[in-house]
Design a protein around this ligand. Structure first.
Ligand code: ZN
Length: 238
């Protein structure tokens, strides 16, 4: 299968939290999208691996992605090792995504910044002919970094106003992680989901406001934007 857009992140639910609206929007535009979870999130305290896999599949359906798999890197030990980079490069060759979304390269959680390096280097290696990989050498054309977890200024914001509600449903699909039942409702975990949802709403609202819409998802690209028509530039200045 060939993809137009592949989102790579450390744990299942990272993609939903950081770029779920964008993935859904691109699928609605007719693009083939996919998610590669580097780990199965097995270090999480809640939910069996089977439950979490079901939740990830449900979220993928809600975001209308065509492909979702786990690379098999150990949770809490994401490293840009040769072995993992080659495994990732093979996925890139198989799927040939035109664009890739990676986590930003600085983060609080080591898995998140290592995922960024592993993602970039895997994409690079996929283009080297002499490596022991199947298929033709291939590199994605564009790499975007999701900065939702990072406190840095994005270079572009995607309007996800129309996708916001469905993105929330995809996030809430991870019921075992976020929604304790019965007595557990009074636990700190319950507060955590309240706070998490609130943070995400605020973040999407904040970046939406910056581009003159209700909700937005922020990204950074290292390259400059090429523009042909400066008269039609979007987002009001004054
Ligand atoms: Zn994560």
């Amino acid at each position: 299968m060939k993809l137009d857009l592949l989102a790579i992140a450390a744990h299942p639910d990272d993609v939903e939290l950081t770029c779920g609206g964008t993935l859904l929007k691109m699928a609605q535009l007719g693009y083939k999208t996919g998610i590669l979870d580097l780990t199965a999130g097995e270090m999480g305290t809640r939910g069996t691996p089977e439950t979490r896999a079901k939740e990830a599949a449900k979220a993928a359906k809600l975001l209308r992605v065509s492909w979702r798999e786990t690379l098999g890197v150990p949770d809490s030990d994401v490293q840009a090792s040769r072995q993992h980079k080659l495994a990732l490069a093979q996925v890139i060759r198989n799927l040939q995504p035109h664009a890739v979304i990676l986590p930003y390269w600085e983060a609080r959680h080591p898995d998140h910044y290592h995922a960024s390096t592993l993602g970039y280097e895997g994409c690079f290696l996929a283009g080297l002919k002499q490596l022991p990989l199947d298929g033709e050498p291939f590199r994605p054309f564009k790499i975007l970094y999701s900065i939702s977890y990072a406190d840095v200024r994005p270079t572009l914001v995607v309007d996800i106003t129309a996708q916001f509600e469905q993105r929330r449903r995809a996030i809430l699909a991870y019921g075992s992680q976020f929604l304790p039942k019965g007595a557990a409702k009074k636990s700190k975990v319950f507060l955590a989901i309240d706070r998490l949802e609130d943070e995400m709403n605020q973040l999407a609202r904040h970046y939406g406001q910056k581009i003159g819409v209700k909700y937005g998802e922020p990204f950074l690209q290292k390259e400059l934007m090429k523009v042909d028509d400066v008269v039609k530039l979007e987002v009001r200045s004054i």
